[in-house]
Structures are given as structure tokens and as C-alpha cells.
Design a protein around this ligand. Structure first.
Ligand code: ZN
Length: 178
């Protein structure tokens, strides 16, 4: 098992639809283990395969202190509305209130190939819907209204500026060496 770098906003892999897993083999089991380790390391409560650059329909989560995996998940029913503050490991530092369905019915497969059906509501339903979005190439930013998106882009710029190691000083040092 190893941990992976989590892909962040701007990486094209996050904007593509992931493809169905046709065979739950050892490679998929290993991928799930790596994803869980990467998720706990972050830390986060859910992680979808595209977030580590793998275009497969698979996500992992831990909501009740138990590592779980869902392969080829499908949401077949959704009901109600619920507002919740969402963040995303691929859009670090940005949190917004997002309205989504309150209850969902989701099916998929576990790593043994057994069919799994879960009726989820509120927080659990929210985690599932967020991870489903990743499998469809949809980011938290795509769920924002215009004003929220402007605010998000400003926050992302500020974070990028704060974390870049003084690029101006760096380039002047380089020019001194010439
Ligand atoms: Zn996310």
C-alpha cells in the first residue's frame, strides 16, 4: 500500500467522466487500499479514484469509523433538499453551503463483487453525492452560483499566493547568477 498525491483543481483528470470497472480484480483491491490510505492521510471522509488520477468508477469513505468501498455506484432515487457546508480535498481551503437532495438510494458493489444497496440521508447522502460528482468529472466549484464561484476563486488565489515561496525573490536570485 502506498499513498498518492491528491490531484487538485486545475488538473484535467478531475474534469473527465470515469469509466466503469469491468472486473474487480487484485488491482482494484490494491487501488481501494491505496485510496483509503490516502484518504486517512489527508485526512478526509471520502475519496474518489479520479482524485488520485485514476479514471475508474470507485470511491472510498469512512463515516462510521469503518473503511468502506463502493464500486460502480449508481444513484437511482433522490428525495428532498438539504443544505450543508461542503469542502473538497481537491479544492483545498474552500467551503460552501450547497443544496442537494437529502435522501438517496445508491447501489454498487463491494470488493468481493457483492451487490450493495444503501438508503442514505443527510450527511452520508451528502458524502456519496459529492464522490459521485467526482466520478462524473464535476467539482464542488461547478455546484456554486456566480457569486460563490468568484469568492472561491479569490480564496484559491490567496492560498496559492500564500503557499508559493516568494517567486519574485527566486527569479531575482536566478538573474544574479547570470
Ligand atoms: Zn471532493
Amino acid at each position: 500500500m502506498s499513498t498518492h498525491t491528491i490531484r487538485v483543481f486545475g488538473d484535467p483528470v478531475l474534469k473527465q467522466r470515469a469509466s466503469e470497472i469491468t472486473d474487480i480484480d487484485q488491482a482494484v483491491v490494491r487501488l481501494a487500499e491505496d485510496m483509503l490510505r490516502t484518504m486517512y492521510d489527508a485526512p478526509g471522509v471520502g475519496l474518489a479514484a479520479p482524485q488520485i488520477g485514476v479514471q475508474k468508477r470507485l470511491f472510498v469513505y469512512d463515516i462510521d469509523d469503518r473503511p468502506e468501498v463502493l464500486v460502480n455506484p449508481v444513484v437511482s432515487e433522490s428525495r428532498g433538499e438539504w443544505e450543508f457546508t461542503e469542502g473538497c480535498l481537491s479544492v483545498p481551503g474552500v467551503y460552501f453551503d450547497i443544496v442537494r437532495p437529502k435522501e438517496i438510494y445508491i447501489t454498487g458493489f463491494d470488493l468481493e463483487g457483492n451487490e450493495v444497496a444503501i438508503e442514505a440521508d443527510e450527511y452520508t447522502a451528502r458524502v456519496f453525492q459529492h464522490e459521485m460528482d467526482h466520478l462524473d468529472g464535476v467539482l464542488l466549484l461547478d455546484r456554486l452560483d456566480d457569486e460563490q464561484r468568484r469568492e472561491a476563486m479569490k480564496t484559491l488565489r490567496d492560498i496559492a499566493l500564500a503557499s508559493s515561496p516568494e517567486p519574485v525573490v527566486k527569479s531575482s536570485r536566478l538573474s544574479l547568477r547570470k
